[in-house]
Structure formats: C-alpha cells, structure tokens
Design a binder for this molecule. Structure first.
Ligand SMILES: *Cc1c(COP(=O)(O)O)cnc(C)c1O
Length: 458
C-alpha cells in the first residue's frame, strides 16, 4: 500500500514513512493510493481491538508484524475508562450517541493519538534516531498528544495552542505533564494562526530536516485511519453490513468526518455523512453555495470547532476533483488569497456524500438542556452541535451522532446551559492541584524555530 500527496508533487511513501512525515513536501496531505474493500463477514460482536485490527491492517502493509500490531492496539486502548472503548447510548427511537470520550484526556482525539504514540515509538525503536513533533491545537489534540508522547525516549513534542482560547481543563492537560520531552507553547493568535505556523515549519525544508520534524495533527494519515475504526465498530453494532446507518459528526478540521468517508469507501453501508458546524460554518456554506471563503474565526462555546481552514477538506477535494493534484494545488493557492469556488462536478460529488448543518450558540445551549431533560445524557457543547444538526436528518435509517468530548472538559459552557457543573471522572480529579508549566510565545516563525532548535539540541 502506497501513499500519495493530494498535490501530486511529493514522493510516494509507505505507511510508516507517511506516518513519520505528516505533511507532504509539496504542502499536500498523504492519502492511500487506493482504498481496500473491508471484509465485513463475521464482524458482529468483535471487540474494539479486534475490529481495529481488521480495519487498519490492509493499510499498513509491511509496517509491523501481525502480532506486533495487535500488541500496539491493545497497549493504545488499555488506559481507556470504558471496556467497550466506544460505547453507544440511545437518545431517541432511531438516534444514537457514540461516546468517544472515555480515553485519558476525555476527547475522541485519544483514539488516534494513543495509537500513533505506540506506532511511532515502535517504528523509531527499529530505525533509531529522534524526531521532533510539532503540533497546533485548538485544545484537544494538544492534550491528547501530551498524554500519548510524554516520557517517550525518542520524541520531543511541542504543542502550539492559542493563548486564552482553550478551556482550563484543556490547558491543564497540556501544562501539567512533568516529563521534560513535552513542551506547551501558548501562542498569541487563534487556532488558524497556530496551524499556519506549524505548516510554515513543515514548508521550511532546512528546518524540517534539521530537527527531523514529524507531525501528529489530524493531517497525519495514521490518525485518520485510527478513527475509521469506530465508524465501522458502531455501524456493525447497529446491524451493518445488513443495515445502513448515517452519521453526524461535529466538525472542525474535517479529520473525523473524513474517517467516516473512508469507512464508506471501504464498503460500510453509510447512507449520509452529516457535517455539523457551530457558527464558524465555512464547510456548511461551502456545501450550500459552492464557495469556500474564509471570514475570520468567531470564538464559540465549542472551541475545538472554531476553525476556518479545515485542513482535511483537501483530501475530500482531491477525490472530488478526480485525484488531480495540480487542480488541488491551484485551489489551495487561491485559498491563501481568501477562498475558492468549487467546480460544479466536484460539488456534485461532495453533495452526494456529505450533508451539512449549523447550530447557533443558543441552539447548542438549548440542545444541552433538552438532551438532559429528555434522556439524562449530559452533552459537551461540541456533541450538542452534532445532536442539534442530526435532528434535521432523522428518519428510517439509524443516525449515530458522535459525542466528541466529555462534558467535564467544558464545564463553564455546560453549567451556563443547564445550571449544573459536570464533574471530572475520579481518575483525573486532582488536575487543578497540579503545577503548570508553559512558555508564552509570539506569532513569529523565527522565534518559534529558535526555541525548538535550542530545546532539541540537548
Ligand atoms: C477536534 C474536535 C472536533 C473536531 O474534529 P475534526 O476532526 O477537527 O473535524 C470536535 N469536537 C471535539 C471535542 C474535538 O476535540
């Protein structure tokens, strides 16, 4: 299995190489050359770990031995707080909530990050050498990465987060790990600024090679792949392949919903993939009008979705444009100047696959209140955006809405909506007592590169 860039001008890589590389050298994102069909016979009742092996193995070719990969999967999910890993609860007669928040940092990012931590460690142990991982986060990626990489012998991890724009729980999950190989950097600016500086570092080849830069943002193919698993697992739980399901996915960077798209391309009977956005609704507007135009990020109570440039959307565009890398490169150049128009043919393909909706701040709060009153389920604000949007698409096909974070990760927003404050699970109840360690940094590429060079030159 080989991996190619969405911009068509970077080296073709193996799975391990694509995982260690992150962003392609032409600025594009790696995608598999082809998507294998999933053998769905006898999947009912498989454990999460066995499902994960079945789904991911065909994409890995040669990266690990079979029993080694099984061990990595088990190690990745051993620290989860629920035996089912991704349990489902029912919200209504044909509406289900997939709880993806039972990992160590209480958000779905743990599913991919814990596994990529295991896979990178195993890969580096074989090839030798150190890597420097730099990531941007709107909150949850950073905490999940800190938790997955802290203390690993061959990795230095730097996480850039927008100063003052992440929740206290998210910040503390990034600033309280004591291990010297992980570094929390609070940057002036918003998430898009953080993501832009990380992309700049990857596009600076001398820097990139000098510190052996690797990426774990949701552009990393290995992360997308790990997320395909719970789409399959939950679809099978509701009767796939014999019965179709639909999904609604609270969306920011388009990584999670793109994993659903891969599950669909593998042959899982997924009728609709519904993109749910908050008032930062560029994806909803793009699908509605055909114009992908940025207009600045407005902070919301679902901060992990406060994004204008949805990086992984490029992967969907690549397929929508018939896998024409030059066409995608041209669109991305236009995006730098503010936006682009999606061609009629590409828009048709996207609309055949994806539907979309948005939830206003008031609607999100009302949904948190209503879900609690009607079902006793406490939703985080991101999950509430999903539930609100899903309600417009309920019908004969079972709808699975992804609950992307635990409500206790966003206690202020939940309390403002429903009057009670969700408690942290007991295993992390002392989070607010641990000392914090962070570095304030300006939105300045040179300053960031100097800091990273200095701290990795030990
Ligand atoms: C990251 C995140 C999202 C958005 O996921 P994408 O893959 O970026 O679309 C939604 N909700 C929560 C809680 C998140 O952490």
């Amino acid at each position: 299995m080989h991996y190619i860039s969405t911009r068509g001008a970077a080296p073709v890589l193996t799975f391990s190489e694509a995982m260690m590389t992150g962003l392609a050298r032409d600025g594009g994102l790696y995608v598999p050359e082809s998507v294998p069909a999933l053998d769905m016979t006898d999947m009912a009742g498989l454990s999460y770990e066995d499902t994960a092996f079945r789904v991911m193995w065909p994409f890995l070719e040669g990266a690990f031995a079979e029993d080694e990969f099984r061990r990595l999967i088990h190690a990745a999910y051993a620290g989860f707080g629920h035996a089912a890993r991704a349990p489902m609860v029912q919200l209504g007669s044909n509406h289900f909530l997939l709880e993806l928040f039972h990992g160590p940092t209480l958000a779905f990012k743990d599913f991919a990050m814990q596994l990529i931590g295991q896979m990178m460690q195993a890969t580096l142990a074989k090839t030798g050498g150190r890597v420097t991982i730099v990531g941007a986060t709107s909150g949850d990626t950073g905490s999940a990465a800190m938790e997955a990489f802290r203390g690993l012998a061959n990795v230095d991890l730097f996480i850039l987060y927008p100063h003052g724009r992440v929740s206290d729980v998210q910040r503390r999950q990034m600033t309280t790990p004591v291990e010297a190989n992980v570094h929390a950097l609070a940057m002036d600016g918003d998430f898009d600024d953080c993501q832009a500086r990380v992309k700049d570092m990857f596009n600076d080849m001398a820097f990139r090679d000098g510190v052996r830069l690797a990426g774990v943002n949701s552009i990393n193919w290995a992360r997308v792949l790990a997320q395909v698993v719970y789409f399959v697992y939950s679809a099978v739980a509701l009767g796939a392949p014999g019965r179709s399901v639909s999904f609604t996915v609270p969306t920011g960077n388009f990584g999670d919903i793109f994993a659903g798209y891969i599950a669909r391309r593998m042959g899982v009977p997924i009728e609709r993939l519904v993109i749910a956005t908050n008032h930062n609704d560029i994806l909803h507007r793009a699908l509605t009008t055909g114009d992908y135009v940025t207009d600045g990020v407005k902070p919301s109570i679902s901060p992990s979705m406060d994004i204008q440039v949805s990086s992984n959307f490029e992967r969907a565009l690549f397929d929508a444009y018939g896998r024409d890398g030059a066409a995608v490169a041209a669109l991305m150049a236009e995006l730098k100047a503010g936006g682009f128009h999606i061609s009629q043919g590409a828009l048709g393909m996207l609309r055949d696959t994806f539907a979309s909706g948005r939830s206003s701040e008031d609607e999100t709060r009302a949904t948190i209140r209503a879900a609690f009153a009607q079902t006793g389920e406490v939703l985080c604000p991101h999950s509430a955006v999903g539930v609100k949007v899903a309600e417009d698409f309920l019908g004969a096909t079972p709808m699975i809405t992804l609950a992307t974070a635990h409500p206790a990760k966003f206690p202020d927003a939940v309390e403002a909506a429903m009057g009670t404050r969700p408690a942290l699970p007991p295993r992390m109840a002392d989070l607010f007592d641990r000392p914090e360690r962070l570095t304030r940094v300006p939105n300045d590429l040179g300053v960031l590169q100097d800091l990273i060079r200095e701290r990795t030159s030990r």
